[in-house]
Structure formats: structure tokens, C-alpha cells
Design a protein around this ligand. Structure first.
Ligand SMILES: Cc1ncc(COP(=O)(O)O)c(C=O)c1O
Length: 455
């Protein structure tokens, strides 16, 4: 029998046993899933909540620090942290008190509050861009950034990297299929050919980037400085500098989406690595789980935005939503920026991530697994390839969905949650070393079980 056939049989055996165990150990969640299926399409209020590897959703009861308890009373070490919104832990006292205090005084007025001035100042100081706007989600912030980039440059095309994800941003749903641009498989209800106005190139490919910018019709490159949504793909030395130089030379704006790479350090990846984006987008954790996102621009771009607005004339820009920048979001962001996202918190997160990387690497070395570990600050990814791939085409080959699902369900049954998409793990400032060690031990147990079953 081929290695692939043995692996497939092994994973199927393991999945059957683990699914049975899950069902026996989660009677309340399983029963509640039955009730939920009658009122929520797909059994969950948001379809991603059904994307975990377990046979039915886990219903959360509460989150405290970096742990979640479910309605069956099971306790989990949470390394998913809501896929980033709770990167600084659940139920933080400063955010809870700011939000509770604000909601008693009103959540939204369509008027700025005094806190908004403080938040703007804190954003400018921390991230280095002088002028900011809010959105309700990072998806919306990216959409606004793209619209402005097109308006300012009067160019139609957006450039993204193969394997990217920037939220519900239609323009970014283009991939490379056999080297050719194509709409992402599974894209629903899209009637426009996105490949007409979105160009896509492999990450870390300077020559392809240069060629794609050459026609001079690209309004903006929308990029994460480290790709975090197709496994994790680190930039090769010099790639981000080339991106900066090439976009500038082409008159193309650089939008850096730091929604995930905010894990890098107090000022995000760009500040840490001296990058100079024209627009910086941050969502998710910036308001500690309260829906909010922000995007900052340079003074020069802001002037160009004024000029574009004057050129277009009065009317509805079509950018903005009612809940954005409301008093509640501002209160949460103020608490996050001034009390939670501190240098000390980042130092603890970094130390936790390093402990996790070392632990996973020990398992890989001891068991001679063809895997690797990469991280960007507090964000850690276990990759089923060694060395870790440098672009999405190679990463897709490494991301065996059966292996991912088996690992995730194994971890869930041992009280560990990692993000349901690929193998992302976040170390928060309140993640305890013992929890990190339990995760490493569980991954070791998984690898051991695979070896045992394959023998
Ligand atoms: C890099 C990046 N940008 C933007 C988003 C969109 O965030 P949201 O779903 O909160 O709109 C995501 C979501 O995963 C993301 O990973």
C-alpha cells in the first residue's frame, strides 16, 4: 500500500474514534446543536462556527483569560481566540468596564465622543500614520481603502497575492490556478469577472510583482506583510522592501492589512520593520472583540483624498456604515490602546509564542516529522512541510485537509482549541506556560498516535 493510502486509512480510523469520543463527551452541545439546526441555517448563527473539525459545534458558555468553558462544563485552552479578535484574552477587566460604562451612557449617537479624539491620538502615536477613519469590520476597512485608492489614483486595478484573505472583500477573491488568475473556488453569487480588475501574483516573487505593476494601471497593492491565511508564509529577505520600492515607482498605493500581523508588536509589523504603507488597516483585536476596525493614511494621501473628493463632487460616497466609530467601539478601543495592548503584554505574548515554537520544534525533531513551525510575533503556525513554503501554490500542497482535521479534533478532545482553518495558534498575554506545554504535549500525542496506527 502506498504511503498516501496508509496515511488516508490511518486518519480515517483516528477521525472515527475521536468523533465518537467527542459525541459521548459533549451531550449538551450535541443536543443544543439539534435545537439550533431548527432556527439557524446550517445550525449556527455564522457558518464559520460550523467549520470546526468536531462532528457538531461546541457551544461556548464563557471565556476567562485564555480559556473557554463549554456548556458541557469542559474547559479548553484557547489558542484560537476567536481567530484573533480575542488575541489579548477573554473578558479583560479594562475593556469590560469601559464597555459597560459606555453602554449605560449610550452606544451610538452619530456624533463623535471625547474618547474618539484620544483614540485617534493613540492610533497615530502607535502606528505612525497621522490620520484615521473607522469601519465596523476589517472587511469594510479594506473595502473602503480600495475604493479610496481607485478614486485617488483614477486607476482600476487592485493587485493581491495568491492565497490572500482580506475578509469579505470581493476584489481580493482571485487566485492563481495553474499559474492563471481565476475567481476563488466556492465564491458565491459573484456576477462580475473579478479577474478583469484584480491582478494576482505569487507572494515572494519580485519579478512577477514588477511585471504586474508595469502597465501603470494598478491603484493599490493590498497585502498582509506576512501571509497568515494560507498557512503562514513569511516574506523572504528583501521582498517587502522591493514591494515598497516597486509600488512607489509605479505610482501604486500600498495598503498593508495588519489585522493579523498586529501580533508582531505594539506598532504592528510595519512599525517593527520600518515599512511605509500609504494605508494601514487593522481590525479584529483592536477593540478587544467589540466589532470595530480602523484604517490610517499618510498626510500626503489624505490631501490626495481631498482632491479626489473635490473632483468627484458632492453626493454619497458609498463608503461608511451606521455602526462604525460609534461610542461603544471608541470606548473599547480606548481601553485596548491605553491599557491592554501594552509593551509588557506584547513581551509576554512573544515569550509565550517562543515557548510554543520551541516546544513544537522539539516534537518535530524528536519524531523526525516532515513539518516546521513559523511565527509572526504571537501568531504561530504549524506547517505540514519542511522547509515552510514560500508561496501559496506550495502551501496548498502541504495543507492536507484530512491531516488538519484529524489534528484539530484530537486537540479539541484533549481540551485545546486552535483556529479551525489551517494550524494557527495565538499566544495571548494571559496564556499560561502550562497551557502551552499542554498544547505541545497534545501535538506530540497526536503524532505518536499516527505513528502507532500506521505501524
Ligand atoms: C488579514 C485579514 N484581513 C481582514 C479580515 C477580515 O476581518 P473581518 O472578518 O473581521 O471583517 C481577516 C479575517 O480573517 C483577515 O485575516
Amino acid at each position: 500500500m502506498s504511503h498516501a493510502a496508509v496515511q488516508s486509512r490511518t486518519l480515517a480510523t483516528l477521525m472515527r474514534a475521536e468523533a465518537e469520543r467527542f459525541t459521548v463527551e459533549h451531550p449538551r452541545s450535541v443536543a443544543m446543536a439539534g435545537q439550533a439546526a431548527k432556527v439557524w441555517r446550517g445550525g449556527v448563527p455564522m457558518h464559520w462556527m460550523g467549520d470546526w473539525a468536531c462532528p457538531s459545534p461546541i457551544f461556548a458558555a464563557q471565556g476567562v483569560g485564555a480559556q473557554i468553558t463549554d456548556i458541557d462544563g469542559k474547559l479548553y485552552d484557547d489558542f484560537c481566540l476567536g481567530d484573533t479578535p480575542s488575541m489579548f484574552g477573554h473578558g479583560d477587566a479594562a475593556v469590560a468596564s469601559a464597555v459597560a460604562d459606555q453602554i449605560k451612557r449610550g452606544a451610538g449617537f452619530m456624533l463623535p465622543t471625547a474618547s474618539s479624539v484620544i483614540v485617534g491620538r493613540l492610533l497615530a502615536e502607535r502606528f505612525g500614520l497621522p490620520l484615521w477613519q473607522t469601519a465596523t469590520t476589517a472587511s469594510d476597512a479594506n473595502r473602503a481603502a480600495i475604493r479610496w485608492a481607485r478614486a485617488v489614483t483614477q486607476r482600476p486595478v487592485i493587485l493581491v497575492f495568491d492565497g490572500c484573505y482580506h475578509g469579505m472583500v470581493e476584489d481580493a477573491f482571485v487566485v492563481l490556478k495553474d499559474g492563471q488568475p481565476a475567481m476563488k473556488p466556492g465564491l458565491l453569487g459573484q456576477v462580475h469577472d473579478l479577474t478583469a480588475t484584480t491582478r494576482v501574483v505569487p507572494f515572494n516573487d519580485v519579478a512577477a510583482l514588477k511585471a504586474a505593476l508595469a502597465p501603470g494601471d494598478v491603484a493599490a497593492v493590498l497585502a498582509e506583510p506576512v501571509m497568515t491565511n494560507c498557512g503562514m508564509i513569511l516574506p523572504e529577505p528583501g521582498f517587502l522592501d522591493a514591494l515598497s520600492v516597486l509600488t512607489q515607482a509605479a505610482g501604486t498605493l500600498l495598503i498593508l492589512d495588519e489585522t493579523h500581523t498586529l501580533s508582531s508588536g505594539p506598532g504592528g509589523y510595519a512599525r517593527l520593520h520600518d515599512l511605509d504603507p500609504d494605508i494601514l488597516v487593522i481590525g479584529k483585536a483592536i477593540a478587544g472583540g467589540v466589532p470595530a476596525a480602523v484604517w490610517g493614511v499618510t498626510a500626503e494621501l489624505s490631501d490626495r483624498m481631498d482632491a479626489a473628493q473635490a473632483r468627484i463632487g458632492p453626493g454619497q460616497s458609498g463608503i461608511g456604515t451606521t455602526l462604525s466609530g460609534n461610542a461603544l467601539a471608541m470606548a473599547a478601543m480606548r481601553a485596548m490602546l491605553s491599557e491592554v495592548m501594552t509593551d509588557a503584554a506584547y513581551a509576554t505574548m512573544q515569550a509565550g509564542a517562543e515557548r510554543l515554537v520551541e516546544g513544537l520544534q522539539r516534537v518535530i525533531d524528536a519524531r523526525k516529522l516532515p513539518w516546521s513551525v513559523v511565527h509572526v510575533g504571537a501568531r504561530v503556525e504549524l506547517v505540514f512541510a519542511d522547509p515552510p513554503p514560500k508561496n501559496a501554490a506550495a502551501m496548498r500542497k502541504a495543507l492536507d485537509p484530512d491531516l488538519v482535521a484529524a489534528l484539530h479534533l484530537w486537540l479539541i478532545n484533549r481540551g485545546v482549541l486552535i483556529a479551525p482553518f489551517h494550524n494557527m495558534m495565538l499566544a495571548s498575554p494571559v496564556t499560561e506556560d502550562a497551557a502551552i506545554d499542554r498544547l505541545v504535549e497534545a501535538v506530540d500525542g497526536f503524532a505518536g498516535a499516527l505513528e502507532g496506527l500506521a505501524a
